[in-house]
Design a binder for this molecule. Structure first.
Ligand code: KIV
Ligand code: ZN
Length: 516
């Protein structure tokens, strides 16, 4: 007998709370479509009360997603919940996820509320949410550090007001697997109406135990929903990694006796897309989705794998979506083939005009690079979406010269509104010279926190994908750019980050509020 395990993905909400991982509406929609293809049960699309941008993104995802439940996070107050209900109006299966902190520390220092006030607030919030939505989830924030007697009272009240899912949050990643599993089990045993709700776990990775804690919550505690993110993205050290949980349950079905509805072949494409959009590079030795996860370097291992795969492989690379790079398009491919392939990999451009612009970029790329892979198409469209969105600065032209023993020199022309402006600079290397030239025009005064280059596919003709992370006045943004010339890719990424800094979207972090 197998039980069903619900996979609740929060890449677009908790994942987006990673410093620098904020995404635009279009980027979120692309990820949501990929999550739907991955067949996650629930997509937490965002925190609608955070900003108008978040509200619009949740609304667009709710309107477009048909195969997964779409959830919106709301603090436990009528205003947040009303915004959530409004944003989710178009969803086929909407879920309101409301939360309030229940640990002594959070109640006293952050909320400045008594336990009785928190209990009442939780009760009223669930009651209000249930008036507008059948599917309501309640989370006690910092649940793992809450006093169990008090937590039992809060959760019993939430269930009797109609919460269908109770999600125990290990907000600060403090839990230990055995202890956390027993904590969830005790709650379920002691709360008289616990069988009226699905139990869920939401674990952070501060001590590197998010996956282990989540699985203990399931095996020991009896939870049947895990909240997780692609690549383990999330606040601070991140959240439970979706790919690890899903593959653990699938590979060790003998032990877990659980099933998910995930299409595992979509795991690597999802990982790549999230990494490409957020600029958070996946470490090579990351389980399941790292570049080395299925690579065997030592002779003994290679020999074993050639004789019998199972000697050193417990999963098959193809099952999680690792395919040897497939050439999909080339110089002679036409507009229809291009459009069709975009559709097959889940990229839907909004207008024929957008397809034309992307197709022109594809042709330019195909002139420089004989074989075009799916990864190239993703990079090309990321670039395209970025430039179409919030473009104050445009990279019009650039050239640079460098050589052994020579001081690198760069010339850059940027478009600013209708005008074009030119600057030149020297630097320690061609990228440094280019960034200095751009900065002399933009005068952003920002700090460069991260510069990273990744090859989109294999081989020296691959496009380079560059991430630039800039910080200014407490805001952190990531810019991405791709090109077969990595200095050009770097310039695109820098300009993209500058545009994001300028767009200055004000957002509220759900957990940084003092009162609900
Ligand atoms: O970590 C946390 O406590 C959360 C809740 C909102 C579920 O993200
Ligand atoms: Zn969280």
């Amino acid at each position: 007998m197998t039980d069903k395990l619900i996979i609740f993905d929060t890449t677009l909400r908790d994942g987006e709370q990673s410093p620098g991982a904020s995404m635009t509406r279009e980027e979120k929609i692309r990820i949501a479509r990929q999550l739907e293809r991955l067949r996650v049960d629930v997509i937490e699309a965002g925190f609608p009360a955070a900003s108008n941008g978040d509200f619009e993104a949740v609304r667009a995802i709710a309107d477009g997603i048909k195969e997964s439940t779409v959830a919106g996070l709301c603090r436990a107050n009528d205003r947040d919940i009303s915004r959530g209900v409004e944003a989710l109006k178009g969803a086929k299966a909407p879920r309101i996820h409301t939360f309030i902190a229940t640990s002594p520390l959070h109640m006293e220092k952050k909320l400045r509320m008594t336990p009785d006030q928190v209990l009442e607030q939780a009760r009223l919030a669930v009651r209000f949410a249930r008036k507008h939505c059948d599917d309501v989830e309640f989370s006690p924030e910092d649940g793992s550090r809450s006093e169990i007697d008090f937590l039992c009272r809060v959760l019993e009240a939430a269930i009797s007001e109609g919460a269908r899912t109770i999600n125990i949050a290990d907000t600060v990643g403090y839990a230990i697997p055995q202890q956390f599993g027993e904590f969830v089990r005790t709650l379920r045993e002691r709360i008289p109406n616990s069988d009226k709700a699905v139990w869920s776990v939401h674990c952070h990775n501060d001590l590197g135990m998010a996956v282990a804690n989540s699985l203990a919550g399931v095996m020991i505690g009896g939870a049947r929903q895990i909240e997780c993110t692609v690549n383990g993205l999330g606040e601070r050290a991140g959240n439970t990694s979706l790919e690890e949980v899903v593959m653990a349950v699938q590979t060790r079905r003998d032990f877990f006796g659980l099933e998910t509805r995930i299409d595992t072949t979509q795991i690597v494409p999802a990982s790549r897309l999230v990494s490409q959009i957020t600029g958070f590079v996946v470490q090579p030795n990351k389980a399941i989705v790292g570049a080395n996860a299925f690579a065997h370097a030592s002779g003994i291992h290679q020999d074993g794998v050639l004789k019998a795969r199972q000697t050193y492989e417990i999963m098959q690379a193809e099952d999680v979506g690792w395919t040897t790079n497939k050439i999909v398009l080339g110089k002679l491919s036409g507009r229809n083939a291009f459009k069709q392939r975009l559709k097959e990999i889940g990229i839907e451009l909004e207008s024929e005009e957008a397809v034309n612009v992307a197709f022109q970029r594809f042709k330019d790329l195909a002139d420089k690079k004989a074989d075009i892979f799916d990864e190239d198409l993703h990079a090309l469209v990321s670039d395209e979406a970025v430039t179409a969105e919030q473009e104050y600065w445009r990279l019009v032209h650039m050239s640079q010269a460098s050589g052994m023993g020579e001081q690198p020199h760069s010339t850059v022309v940027l478009g600013e509104g209708g005008a074009e402006r030119k600057a030149e600079s020297q630097g320690d290397g061609p990228v440094d010279a280019t960034f200095k030239a751009i900065e002399s025009l933009a005068k952003s005064g920002s700090d460069l926190l991260l510069y990273s280059v990744n090859a989109v596919t294999q081989g020296t003709e691959s496009q380079g994908e560059v991430t630039v992370r800039l910080a200014k006045g407490g805001r952190i943004v990531n810019g991405v750019g791709a090109d077969t010339d990595i200095v050009v890719a770097s310039a695109k990424a820098y300009v993209n980050a500058l545009n994001k800094l300028r767009s200055n979207v004000e957002r509220v972090n759900p957990q940084h509020q003092t009162t609900p």
